[in-house]
Design a protein around this ligand. Structure first.
Ligand code: NAD
Length: 297
């Protein structure tokens, strides 16, 4: 068997097109322009790249982008004051604080200061609770993108055995909640799981979110399973070069799986597309307008 490659890049382009269509309709029919504010504290080079690219993509889809860069030494009060101002700003429908924050700032306190309806990352404790109790919430972007790709491939996920490897608050746990919401039988595996090969072998759906290069050998994958590889790992490619690999050994898994996301070009592009989707969804909910089809759960 040779797995179908799930084209995350192509799928993300379709989601982004749908977002742009809806943004244009919101502008012409309702005079509303969705706006996303991204807050960066400090000069971490990777975070700077992410923030610039989020701003660029936001503008490309017709939305307003607001960038706030604070000095690495900014106080908690400076940051909380900024968030309070953005919470009350009617031009801002989504607020994202780029993580990780410098060590002297408390991530949880800062995230929980964001108005839940503007929390487009879905990390606020209210959104976590709403998702956990099966209510309408803002859903974290990476798991939302994974769910969209799974629904596209399977239609109904009801009754399928799913394993999520990794239990982080940003990927593993919300992914497990979403799969449960779609009536999968869900196992969450993690660093203390006793027999990971056995857990993976019985899964119809494998979502790997560990951050260890090729920790899942292809031979573990059940014939015909769908593999969603969230991991992004930079490894030595020889000759002083590096390359990106996922958490799943791609070539081996491809020979057994029914479908698999590549790294790069799989989950990554869907994450930013879902950030744009969440911003439009937040804008519609805040303004009491109908939400676009298929961009939220
Ligand atoms: P994290 O470090 O917060 O969590 C990793 C999880 O893996 C932990 O829950 C841990 O229990 C589990 N784990 C560690 N070692 C394990 C082992 N040997 N066996 C089984 N489980 C083990 O990481 P995260 O933030 O959830 O990210 C995971 C990966 O996904 C990283 O590579 C990250 O770069 C990537 N990521 C990608 C995107 C994207 O858009 N594509 C978004 C977020 C994260």
């Amino acid at each position: 068997m040779t797995a179908e490659i799930i084209d995350g890049k192509g799928f993300a382009a379709k989601v982004t097109d749908r977002v742009a269509d809806h943004v244009s309709r919101l502008k012409t029919d309702h005079g509303v322009t969705p706006g996303l504010a991204v807050v960066l504290v400090g000069e971490d080079p990777a975070s700077q790249v992410y923030v610039s690219s989020k701003g660029k993509r936001t503008k490309e889809s017709g939305m307003a982008s607001f960038e706030h860069r604070l000095d690495a030494a900014a106080s908690e009060m400076d940051l909380l004051n900024l968030i309070e101002r953005l919470n009350g700003d009617p031009a801002v429908h989504g607020i994202l604080v780029q993580l990780p924050l410098p060590g002297h700032l408390d991530d949880a306190k800062v995230i929980n200061a964001i108005a839940p309806e503007k929390d487009v990352d879905g990390f606020h404790v209210s959104n976590v609770g709403l998702l956990g109790t099966g209510q309408k919430s803002m859903v974290p972007c990476t798991p939302l993108g994974c769910l969209m790709m799974l629904r596209e491939r399977h239609g109904s996920l009801s009754g399928l055995d799913a394993v999520v490897i990794g239990r982080s608050n940003i990927v593993g746990k919300p992914m497990a909640q979403l799969l449960l919401g779609d009536s999968c039988t869900v196992t969450v595996a993690h660093s203390r799981t006793k027999d990971l090969p056995e857990v993976v072998r019985r899964a119809d759906i494998v979502v790997a979110a560990v951050g260890r290069p090729e920790i899942v050998p292809g031979g573990w994958i059940k014939e015909g399973a769908t593999v969603i590889d969230v991991g992004i790992n930079r490894v030595d490619a020889g000759g002083g070069k590096t390359r990106l690999v996922g958490d799943v050994e791609f070539d081996g898994a491809r020979r057994r799986a029914g479908a698999i996301t590549p790294v790069p070009g799989g989950v990554g592009p869907m994450t930013i597309a879902c950030l744009l989707a969440n911003t439009v969804t937040a804008c519609c909910r805040i303004n009491g307008l109908p939400e676009p089809e298929g961009l939220a759960v």
